[in-house]
Design a protein around this ligand. Structure first.
Ligand SMILES: N[C@@H](CCC(=O)N[C@@H](CS)C(=O)NCC(=O)O)C(=O)O
Length: 206
């Protein structure tokens, strides 16, 4: 089984690449761009008309949306123990957290990094960006409180949710008005622990 991944450094495709490393899957990266001024390859647009990464391909199939790809890969490669089984007690928290990351925290980042998606005119973009920065503080606080004293997001079990958390923390930039990671000590503790993993060193090491 060889996966292919539409990929850009610094983006959500990095988290999927870490997962592929953790699983021990064979994969190829298809380098693309997130530059608004540059066209996307026609093949990428056919698979994801939004023109975003990540997009994962396997056999004759493809899918996009980072959270969906994460859940899909964990279930497909259950031997890698990156997610609780469908009937395990921690499954609901795993799904809740992954979807919250995607729908709430990622969206807060997008308000700042991709304000044009949310503002009606270029003049409205700074307002969207300011709201994004406030939203980042609100949503990271929810996750920090949820984690509490847990070793990992799910308690004792490391999971793909911890990898997702790490990826999101790499997008925090105080120079843009984002909160500082040390405001969320439980998030920071897990991010530091995830950073030590070989898979993360390989993908984020440069
Ligand atoms: N909801 C999508 C969002 C994907 C997304 O926004 N990707 C960014 C990089 S992290 C992108 O490709 N941006 C390029 C663009 O906005 O054209 C997901 O989670 O996969």
């Amino acid at each position: 089984m060889i996966y292919k991944l539409y990929y850009v450094d610094g983006t959500a495709s990095m988290g999927i690449r870490v997962l592929l490393e953790e699983i021990g899957a064979s994969y190829e990266l298809i380098q693309t761009t997130t530059d608004r001024r540059k066209p996307r390859p026609a093949e990428q647009l056919k698979l994801n008309p939004n023109g975003w990464v990540p997009v994962l391909l396997w056999d004759d199939s493809a899918m996009y949306e980072c959270a969906a790809i994460t859940i899909f890969l964990c279930d497909r490669h259950s031997g890698a123990n990156l997610a609780p089984a469908v009937n395990a007690p921690e499954r609901s928290l795993f799904l809740q957290t992954i979807v919250y990351f995607s729908s709430s925290i990622q969206t807060a980042f997008q308000l700042d990094y991709h304000a044009h998606r949310f503002a009606n005119t270029p003049e409205d973009e700074p307002s969207a960006q300011r709201r994004g920065c406030r939203r980042l503080r609100e949503t990271w606080q929810v996750i920090d409180d949820q984690i509490g004293d847990n070793q990992w997001i799910l308690g004792h079990q490391f999971s793909a949710a911890d990898i997702y958390l790490f990826m999101l923390t790499t997008w925090l930039e105080t120079s843009r008005g984002h909160p500082e990671i040390h405001e969320f000590p439980n998030v920071q503790r897990i991010a530091k622990a995830v950073m030590l993993r070989q898979s993360v060193q390989l993908v984020y090491g440069n």
